[in-house]
Structure formats: C-alpha cells, structure tokens
Ligand binder design. Structure first.
Ligand code: SF4
Length: 332
C-alpha cells in the first residue's frame, strides 16, 4: 500500500483554515500544521489563535508547529515590496514570507504541497486574484498551494491534476459572506468552531500611528519594544522617552513583565493606581518627575495635593518623589 501523501496546513485557528485542513484530511491526506505568530497578533493568552490552533490540531489529531516570526517580518513591515494596507500591514509581503517558510518546511519533512483556508476575495489586500498570483510566484510555491474552499475557482493545481486529491470534492466559495463556511462547518460536524477575537494590530490605524512613532525613533526595535506598544496609555516625556501607564491590573502586571534593566517602573506609594514604565536612551530627572506626576494623576490620589511616588530600576536604584498629580506631560 502506498504511503499517505503529506501536506503542510497553514492553521491560523480560525474557521477557514480549520475547514480546509479537515476537508483534505477527509481525502486521506496527512496534514502537518504550521501556526505563524507575529508580535502584532491581537489576542490574549486565553483567547489566542495559538490556543485555537492547538485545540484544532488536537481535535484533528495532527502535528502542530508554532512558528514565531520577528526579524524578517519586521523588515517586511518597515520596507514592504508591495506596500502597506490601511495601517502598517504589509499583507502581501507577510503572506509571501509565511509561504516561503511553509515551503522550506514542506521540503524538510517530505510533504508534497501546502493547504490554506484562503477564500478568493475574502480579504481586500491579500486574497484578490492578482495578489494571490504574486504571493504564489514570489514564495516559489506556484502550482503547489491548494485552497479547498475556493479551489474550483482556480486552475487545477498539481495535487489536483496528479490525482493526489479529488478536485470534485473541493469548493468554489468566494467573497466576504461567511455563510457558506458556517454551513460547511455544520456539515462536517464542526459546531464548536471558534470566533477568535484576534486579528492583526497592524491593520489598526491607532496602533499603526504608535508603531510609526516608534520606528521614527529607533530603526530596529526589539520584540519587547513592539510588545510594549500593545500595553497602556502612551505619552512622550520631555526628553523623548516613552511614558507608558497601565490602564488596569493586567496591564500593570504586563508592564512589570516587560521591563528591561534600563527601564524605570513608577508607582504611587500610598495610593492605589497604575504602574508606569519609562523607557528611553537617556531618561532625565524631568522625565521621571513628569511620569511620577502622571502616575499620581491616573491613580486614586489624583485629588490629593501631594502624592509620594517611587521610581525604581531593576538594579535597585530608587528615587522617591512627592508630586502634584496631573494627567498631562509636564515640560520644564
Ligand atoms: S493582516 Fe497582518 S498577519 Fe494578516 S496578512 Fe496582513 S500583515 Fe500578515
């Protein structure tokens, strides 16, 4: 008996990719799933595409490899060959990168093709026919990508022509309506599909502005510099340093987790309130004073005349200030 043919499935955790994987599994294809993660994924630890991808891989009994993307991805964000979408999202370059990585992995594990949940016309930037052609060509996967949900709208790919999979069992879904996918989920008995709250922050205009400001100051931010953009209220201190004020308990904790050795962490001593992180190449005493006043201004002691605030670094350096609360950056 011939060995089962293998394919690499791009499993985001959303419904489309789950349906695509399931459809090919039903055709006897062995799927190895890849889940790409960027620092711009807008999910929480509880409700993340990664968690959903894990759940899906367990449900389908398939192997899952989580692939974090950073350096090359940041290059695509900064200098996209095919431009940005509505925010800072370089969707074509991003997809090309993912498919290139999928191709490498496909060759490494002896798989024959790649399967995705893409639906023609569902996403304005990366799922138009001309964009799909560019992505195929630049990733080197021409003829080797199967999109079970829309396959009938494309020329038959090699896996279909060679009879590795039955084209008749693939679909011709297009456009942004989710109804056909919902119906298919019912048919395949996949009622417990998730509706991830996730998404990509690069498409968010407000976040894109924050990222532009960050890139204007430092050409090569590290992963931590990006993650910190996702937390709290952001202000610019007098020297240009960042003042980031937690908006709730979870953000306060997150700022503590993300602090670098050179960062200052600020909190009021006697009043409940936010944790503030101050980060910059040269944080000045004016920066600390301003951040301390704002920490007090966003805390329970905001009406008080004087609030004691502690500013500390990981190496034990500490400054205690007594300040008048405010919610605005104070310039000397
Ligand atoms: S929305 Fe974000 S993750 Fe999705 S293709 Fe565009 S850049 Fe990549």
């Amino acid at each position: 008996m011939s060995e089962k043919r293998k394919a690499i499935g791009l499993l985001s955790g959303g419904l489309d990719s789950r349906l695509a994987v399931k459809m090919l599994q039903e055709q006897g294809i062995e799927i190895i799933a890849l889940n790409f993660v960027t620092p711009f994924c807008n999910c929480t630890a509880k409700n993340s595409c990664q968690t959903e991808a894990h759940k899906a891989s367990e449900e389908f009994g398939i192997e899952l490899k989580v692939v974090p993307m950073f350096e090359e991805f940041m290059e695509a964000v900064k200098y996209p060959k095919y431009g940005h979408g509505s925010g800072m999202n370089p969707c074509l370059d991003c997809r090309i990168l993912m498919f290139k990585m999928a191709k490498e992995y496909m060759e490494k594990v002896g798989a024959s093709f790649v399967v995705t949940g893409e639906v023609l016309g569902e996403r304005p930037m990366s799922q138009r026919l001309d964009a799909i052609r560019i992505i195929e060509r630049d990733s080197g996967l021409e003829d080797l990508i199967v999109r079970p949900l829309s396959a009938q709208l494309f020329e038959p790919s090699k896996p279909e022509r060679e009879g590795w999979i039955d084209r008749e069992k693939l679909l011709a879904i297009s456009g942004r309506s989710r109804k056909p996918q919902m119906a298919l989920a019912e048919e395949l008995d996949m009622r417990d599909y998730p509706c991830p709250a996730g998404g990509c922050l690069l498409t968010d205009k407000h976040f894109a502005d924050k990222l532009r400001r960050c890139l204007a100051k430092q050409e090569n931010p590290d992963r931590n510099d990006i993650l910190v953009l996702k937390v709290g209220r952001h202000f610019e201190a007098p020297s240009g340093a960042q003042i980031i004020i937690g908006r709730n308990e979870a953000e306060n904790e997150r700022l503590e987790q993300l602090r670098k050795d050179t960062d200052w962490i600020i909190a009021a001593v006697d009043w409940q309130g936010p944790t503030t992180l101050v980060r910059g190449p040269r944080v000045t005493s004016d920066d600390l004073e301003s951040a301390a006043r704002m920490t007090a201004g966003y805390g329970k002691g905001r009406e008080a005349a004087d609030v004691a605030v502690s500013c500390g670094k990981r190496d034990g350096e500490e400054v205690l200030l007594t300040v008048l609360p405010t919610r605005e950056v104070q310039h000397a």
